[in-house]
Ligand binder design. Structure first.
Ligand code: UD1
Length: 420
């Protein structure tokens, strides 16, 4: 198992280039099996999660090759319909195989995604939506078995107790594009990856209206064809490096970052005191002391992303005053708090909020990543801390950040990867 060794206290300066969005690419990769023709997806990040999705394609009989950042997918021989436990357990987005297989061949056998360290992550809305389209769903031996002689468009509300669901919207979209008649999704997720999936499906010949709004309408079609598509830049990766720049009071050009995808993060960083300017090649961000404490409340897009909660918390640990960070999307997503406190932070959890009292400095310590974005928060903490921070279990971080240590070292950070 690899770990990061960070000698903190170095100001980030220079450029960091953002890769394609993991969360936008994952649905496109599996949606490609909705046709029998070749699809080409460009700007795909070479990440553990993407490789897991490619393995699922291969298990289903699809030919997929990732060369550089271009993924060629030939689904003509896709004749299996089972996504096994060994692959699905590694990544929750594997459950997208359910909607894609139902859309392709009317049947799917997909392992139930396991519990997740960021709290309970049910898939009741996914199953309800697919059932509304006419799928019969059974749970047997840890597998979801879905079948439909015919998928028929339906009217559905996809809202859960914590708001709309990205994953349920993705799954329903992939089945609905091939259903007979019109599907109306109320309270659909508005996240950029939904707009991206709709764009890809439309390039394949699907008829979709209202993507990016809570009311989406899909007119099913009989056939889809292959498509060529380039994935949008990763707004969560961009936000992570922007926060790292602020945390080290640095000055960095975040190349390829798109401000229109991350306005809530930019507004918050400006409130903290960062200087941010968007140019044709990306976003320039810099910060100097003193910075101001802020309150942050995560919520579905266009609100402040839950996937940036731990990173902004790491930043606020050394900003004088009290910052309150409230998590409404994954209310139990606070595993990074105890690790930040081990580095000298002063954070108390009160219900769904973390109350962060700014301290003068964090001190480097051995810490452990327990989930993807929480791990990124620890990296930010380590970059700003004095002395050495050793972060173990960085396989979590590798799921979502391409060459993180190389990108940060290129901007002046003292960070290396070593094998344990
Ligand atoms: C996606 C993102 C993840 C992000 C999350 C919220 C991908 C691959 N992952 O995850 O990085 O943190 O959106 O922005 O894009 N819920 C239910 N029932 C369901 C499904 C979800 O109650 O059937 C709840 C969840 O527990 C959670 C909320 O709805 O509280 C939002 O989850 P959802 O949008 O589905 O997240 P994911 O698609 O899993």
């Amino acid at each position: 198992m690899d770990k990061f060794i960070i000698n903190g206290g170095k100001r980030l300066e220079g450029e960091i280039t953002i890769s394609g969005s993991k969360n936008a690419a994952l649905p496109l990769v599996i949606a490609s099996i909705l046709s029998d023709e070749i699809s080409v997806i460009k700007n795909v990040p070479n990440l553990a999660d993407i490789r897991s999705m490619i393995l699922i394609l291969e298990v289903l009989g699809t030919d997929a090759r990732l060369e550089g950042s271009t993924l060629n997918i030939d689904p003509i021989k896709c004749d299996k319909y089972e996504a096994p436990y060994d692959l699905v357990r590694k990544m929750r987005a594997s459950v997208y195989a359910l909607g894609a297989l139902l859309g392709r061949c009317g049947k799917a056998r997909v392992s139930f995604p396991g519990g997740c360290v960021i709290g309970p992550r049910p898939i009741d809305l996914h199953l309800m939506g697919l059932e509304k389209l006419g799928a019969k769903i059974e749970i047997e031996h840890g597998y979801i078995i879905a079948s439909a002689d015919k998928l028929v468009g339906a009217d559905m509300l996809l809202r859960g107790p914590n708001g709309p669901s990205v994953g349920a919207t993705v799954n329903v979209m992939m089945a609905a594009v091939k259903a007979e008649g019109v599907t109306t999704i109320r309270e659909a997720s508005c996240e950029p990856q939904i707009i991206e999936l709709a764009g890809f499906l439309k390039d394949m010949g699907a008829q979709i209206e209202g993507e990016g709004t809570p009311l989406m309408k899909i007119q099913g079609v009989k056939e889809l064809h292959g498509a060529n598509h380039s994935v949008i830049p990763d707004r969560i990766e961009a936000a992570t490096y922007m926060i790292a720049a602020v945390s080290t009071r640095g000055n960095v050009l975040i190349k390829k970052a798109k401000a229109s995808l991350m306005e809530s993060v930019i507004d918050k960083l400006r409130e903290i005191g960062a200087n941010i300017a968007e140019g044709s090649d990306g976003i320039r961000i810099s910060a100097e002391n003193p910075l101001k404490p802020v309150d942050v409340r995560t919520s579905p897009y266009p609100g402040f992303p839950t996937d940036v909660q731990s990173q902004i918390m790491a930043l606020m640990t050394t900003v004088e005053g009290i910052s309150v960070i409230t998590e409404t999307v994954h209310p139990e997503r606070f595993m990074h708090v105890s690790e930040l406190n081990r580095m000298g932070a002063d954070i108390k959890i009160e219900g769904q909020s973390a109350v962060v009292k700014g301290v003068d400095y964090l001190s480097g310590a051995p810490v452990m990543a327990s989930e993807l974005r929480g791990g990124a928060g620890l990296v930010i903490a380590g970059l700003g801390a004095d002395n050495q921070t050793v972060i173990s279990r960085i396989y979590h971080v590798d799921r979502g950040y391409e060459h993180m240590e190389q990108k940060l070292a290129g901007a002046g950070a003292d960070i290396v990867r070593v094998s344990e």
